[in-house]
Each structure stands twice: as C-alpha cells, then as structure tokens.
Write a protein of this length. Structure first.
Ligand SMILES: [Zn+2]
Length: 239
C-alpha cells in the first residue's frame, strides 16, 4: 500500500489513474487545480469531480480524498502549456507532497504533455527545496494509450469524465451543461470516438449536491505574462 498524490482534473486520464491506484490498494489524494480564467469549465469540472469522489468512496471506502488545490488565473493567449505545468507543480508541492510516497501525473501516450516531461521533472526538482522531503514524481500512464485506459475504466466513471474546454452552461441550478463540440478537446474526442469507438463523458450533466465549504482551498496564483503572484484563497462556489 502506497500513499499517492495525484493531479486530478476529472478528465479520462487522471480519473483512470486515480481508479487504478485505488484498485491496487493505494490511498489516494486527488488534487484539483482551478483555472480561474475559464469559469464554465471550472464549474463543470468541480461538479463532476465531486460526483467522481462519491463513486470512488462507494467502491473504495476511506481510501480517496479530494483536495481543491490552487486557483490559477492564466490570462495568457496561446502559450499556457508550460505555465499550467508550472502551476500543477506548485499546486502539488503545496499539497503537502512530502507526506506521500509518490506524486503521480496521468500523461498518456501521444498526450500534448509528453514532450514536456523532462521540463516537468526539472521543475519538480527545482521547486523541491520548498518541502522538507523530496517525493518521486511519476508518470505511470506514459506507455498506455487513451484507447487502452478507456477500455479499462468502468463505465460509471467514464460517464462522469469531462473533456470540453469551453462548455456552455444551459441551466444554473441544477447545473446543466453542453459540450461546445468545437474546442481542441471536443475535436479530439470526436476523432477518437470515430477512430477507436471511444465513449466517455456525456453531452449533458446535471449537478452535485456537495458542500464546497467541506473542501480545503489553497492560495490563488495569478499568471499574467511572466508574473506570478500569490493571493489569499477565496471560497469556491458550487451549486
Ligand atoms: Zn469543447
């Protein structure tokens, strides 16, 4: 049994990574990092990960713990990949990473992130001085394809997976959303479903009844140009 910290976005890859660790008897903390400049996406993701949390706890009682990590304000046109990665690293370090045996990120084969793996490892090492004990950073899904993990993840979890970068909110309370069918992720989903018959997520979802106050929050990080400022945490509002 290992204590594992996972960067958990509610997407297919990180949901599978959490599930696989739980299935292997590990104790998992999933850290969700909020991207503030995409309000709809954040609302949808938070709602879905709270539903996923409920399912994980039903199947693996006491072994899963959800943390809402840092809020990030990434106001920067196209070049957000490296900035987002820096933020995940900081967010993971903030989450008392030293108290875990491993920190895991769910990058799969052909993921955009794969070409940044060395950078991510370097960042991890560079930032590690801020915590008392350096914890190994692992990418367990690197040699798995999206298709493979989609086949391994039970349907009840797949149904809750989020992928759209720009979901449309069609009703506030209870929350109903619609995928945009036009963003990079929606297009990739269409490609994958046409090519491999992958199905995950749903066109519409309604919402959770969880209490946002029950989740710890960390400071906001603002990324504008190259400036990084820490700001006090605010409450995350979920309906
Ligand atoms: Zn979309």
């Amino acid at each position: 049994m290992k204590r594992v910290l996972i960067s958990f976005s509610g997407g297919l890859d990180s949901t599978y990574l959490v599930y696989d660790n739980l299935k292997n008897g590990n104790i998992v903390t999933g850290v969700y990092t909020t991207i503030e400049n995409n309000v709809n996406k954040t609302r949808v993701e938070l709602n879905q990960i709270k539903k996923l949390e409920k399912l994980f706890l039903e199947e693996f009682p006491n072994n899963f713990n959800l943390e809402i990590g840092m809020k990030i304000n990434a106001q920067s046109g196209n070049d957000v990949t490296m900035k987002q990665i820096s933020i995940w690293i900081i967010s993971l370090l903030y989450s008392r990473s030293s108290t875990y045996d491993e920190v895991q990120i769910g990058a799969v084969m052909n993921d955009d992130m794969i070409s940044f793996l060395d950078d991510i490892k370097n960042l991890w090492d560079a930032f590690s001085f801020v915590v008392p004990k350096k914890t190994p950073l692992i990418f367990p899904l690197m040699k798995k394809s999206k298709c493979e993990i989609s086949n391994l993840l039970p349907q009840k979890y797949k149904d809750l997976v989020v992928f759209c970068e720009d979901p449309k909110i069609i009703n506030d309370i209870p929350l109903l959303f619609e995928n945009c069918n036009n963003c990079h992720s929606c297009k990739r989903y269409k490609y994958e479903s046409d090519l491999w018959g992958l199905t995950y997520g749903q066109i519409q979802q309604n919402i959770s009844d969880s209490d946002p106050a029950a989740y710890p929050t960390y400071p906001t990080i603002k990324i504008m140009g190259s400036d990084v400022d820490l700001e006090p945490a605010e409450n995350v509002n979920i309906h």
